[in-house]
Each structure stands twice: as C-alpha cells, then as structure tokens.
Design a protein around this ligand. Structure first.
Ligand SMILES: Nc1nc2c([nH]c(=O)n2[C@H]2C[C@H](O)[C@@H](COP(=O)(O)OP(=O)(O)OP(=O)(O)O)O2)c(=O)[nH]1
Ligand SMILES: [Mg+2]
Length: 135
C-alpha cells in the first residue's frame, strides 16, 4: 500500500504550540492535530508546509526546521508525517476551515488526544523545548 506524505507544522510561540481539532468526518477525526496536509506532486515538503499552513491558518511561515519524520500504519492507510518546527511566521493563526483551534502550553501537550502517530511528535517537541531552555 502506498504511503500518504504529509507536511506537518509545529507552530511555536513562547512556550506554546498551536493545535487544531480534526473534523469528525476526517481520517482520525475528533482528535487534535498539528496543522498540515498532504504534499502534492511536484512540491517540496517545505512548499507543502507553507501552502497548507497558509490555507488552514492564514499565516505565512518564513523558515522552519525538520523536527521528526514518522511512518505510521493506521490499517486503513499508512502516513509519512514530515514534521517541522517553526517559530518564524507572520500573522496570527486563525482557523480558515471552521476548525476548533487553540494555543496550548507545551508542558500540557500530553493531556490532549492525538492520532497514534503523534506520540513521538509530542515527545520530540518536549525534548526540543528542553534543549532550547538549556541555553
Ligand atoms: N495534519 C496532520 N495530519 C496528521 C497528524 N497526525 C496524523 O496521524 N495525521 C494524519 C491524518 C491524515 O491521515 C493525514 C493528514 O491528512 P489530511 O486529510 O489532514 O490532509 P489535508 O490537510 O491535505 O486534508 P484534505 O484536504 O485531504 O482533507 O495525516 C497531525 O498531527 N497533523
Ligand atoms: Mg490538513
């Protein structure tokens, strides 16, 4: 079965990260996500990230750095999540598709229900925060 390549953005401001609730009818619906979406043919992952974040939140990502890549088999589909960390963006994120969104403290991320593939993302975000704070 083919893998669905997804560009995912961990949008950080101070010690908070922006999350959105997936719609009930979406794959992995009613679970929280880091905004993003499918990489289209002919697009780089970073281009896809910028496009998806603009479409979903109306902010402009300037730079981002790769955080972690996760391949996960949900049974009905396999996803390759290409996760990027960004704190360099213009604008205030506002859901453009009627999705519920919020800024949450990174230290409380484990309290939210995410798709199974996201466990490794949450761990990686907390590690990254610890690394930054060590300086
Ligand atoms: N955006 C995002 N997708 C995730 C996360 N975790 C996770 O397993 N996924 C999965 C769910 C979906 O199968 C896939 C993302 O596809 P999607 O349906 O949101 O893609 P899209 O934004 O292009 O949406 P659509 O227009 O096709 O509905 O990745 C996450 O944190 N963020
Ligand atoms: Mg999406």
């Amino acid at each position: 079965m083919s893998q669905i390549h997804v560009a995912v953005g961990v949008i950080v401001q101070k010690q908070q990260v922006f999350i959105a609730l997936r719609k009930p009818e979406q794959h992995q619906g009613n679970l929280w996500e880091f905004p993003g979406g499918k990489v289209e043919a002919g697009e780089s992952t970073f281009q896809a990230l910028k496009r998806e974040i603009k479409e979903e939140l109306a902010i402009e990502v300037h730079t981002a750095k790769p955080l972690i890549t996760i391949s996960h088999d949900y049974g009905d589909r396999t996803v390759l999540l290409d996760v990027w960390w960004t704190d360099a963006f213009d604008g205030t994120p506002i859901g453009q598709e009627g999705q519920i969104t919020q800024w949450v403290d990174i230290s409380t991320l484990h309290q939210y229900e995410f798709p199974a593939a996201n466990k490794a993302i949450v761990e990686s975000i907390q590690q990254q925060l610890n690394t930054i704070q060590a300086f």
